[in-house]
Design a protein around this ligand. Structure first.
Ligand SMILES: NC(=O)c1ccc[n+]([C@@H]2O[C@H](COP(=O)([O-])OP(=O)(O)OC[C@H]3O[C@@H](n4cnc5c(N)ncnc54)[C@H](OP(=O)(O)O)[C@@H]3O)[C@@H](O)[C@H]2O)c1
Length: 233
């Protein structure tokens, strides 16, 4: 694959959960590749601080992806974006199992990881279709059985939420096929962040892979689950 379409056109990228971890690293990587970036986070001060750390011109906005009106409201403020990275996510039920997982945690997980990203896509993807160009990346996980085994049972709500996110990816890709919009899910592997503090891979390493998918050329894949081959996350 070759990359670089987005940077060449000086596109605008919006990243959710970009105040820390993989999201912040992705925003910084895209900025480094010449895109304009919109750093979003549920805490406005943290979004502002992250944007300031990325560089001049990086913008910040508050966005809690579980806010029913938040993404639609934000899209009116930002106008259309060209690249959307749905990165924000939670891991709330690690160490449980499907027979005993507290379903309120599962529900909360689905509200963020599935419905939150879906809501953001509903706000930002239609204008991409209208403009005939867009790249959408949904940050998924290796807990979704991509290696042919069963879903990872040690965080059942999380695994289900990311599997559903992969399903959403295929639907959004089907609906946008031929429009110039490419929609893919990524597995970043295991990355050292607040969510997975003991991993070796840095957010910056993961961000390079995600930024590649966020800047695919016109003949790039869509509706795929693309994996960074460093390990399962
Ligand atoms: N780290 C890994 O090994 C790994 C592996 C596979 C997939 N992933 C995925 O990568 C993504 C980023 O995770 P990470 O590892 O960077 O973890 P992280 O450091 O915990 O970051 C998670 C981000 O999501 C944000 N977030 C959570 N709920 C939100 C909401 N309702 N609205 C807006 N933002 C919200 C957090 O904001 P706050 O700071 O305000 O909480 C934070 O910015 C997640 O989707 C995760 O599932 C990570």
């Amino acid at each position: 694959m070759t990359y670089g379409d987005a940077a060449a056109e000086r596109r605008t990228a919006l990243v959710t959960g970009a105040n820390r971890g993989i999201g912040r690293a992705v925003a910084a990587e895209l900025y480094g590749r010449g895109l304009r970036v919109v750093v979003t986070a549920r805490n406005a001060d943290e979004a502002r601080a992250a944007a300031a750390g990325i560089g001049p011109g990086a913008r910040s906005h508050e966005l809690d992806i579980t806010d029913p009106d938040g993404a639609a409201r934000l899209s009116k403020e930002t106008g259309p974006v060209d690249v959307l990275v749905c990165n924000a996510g939670v891991l709330l039920d690690a160490g449980t199992d499907p027979l005993s997982a507290p379903l309120e945690l599962v529900e909360q997980t689905l509200r963020v990881n599935l419905l939150g990203s879906w809501r953001v896509a509903q706000a930002f993807v239609p204008p991409m279709v209208g403009r005939g160009w867009g790249r959408v990346v949904l940050v998924s996980s290796g807990t979704t059985a991509e290696f042919g085994g069963a879903l990872f049972t040690g965080a059942p709500g999380y695994s289900i939420s990311k599997s559903a996110l992969n399903g959403l990816t295929t639907m959004l890709a089907a609906q946008t096929a031929g429009s110039g919009v490419l929609v893919n899910a990524v597995n970043p592997g295991r990355v050292r962040t607040r969510m997975m503090p003991t991993q070796q891979t840095t957010p910056e390493e993961a961000a390079r892979f995600i930024a590649d998918v966020a800047t695919l050329p016109a003949d790039g894949p869509t509706g795929q689950f693309l994996t960074e081959r460093r390990g399962q996350g």
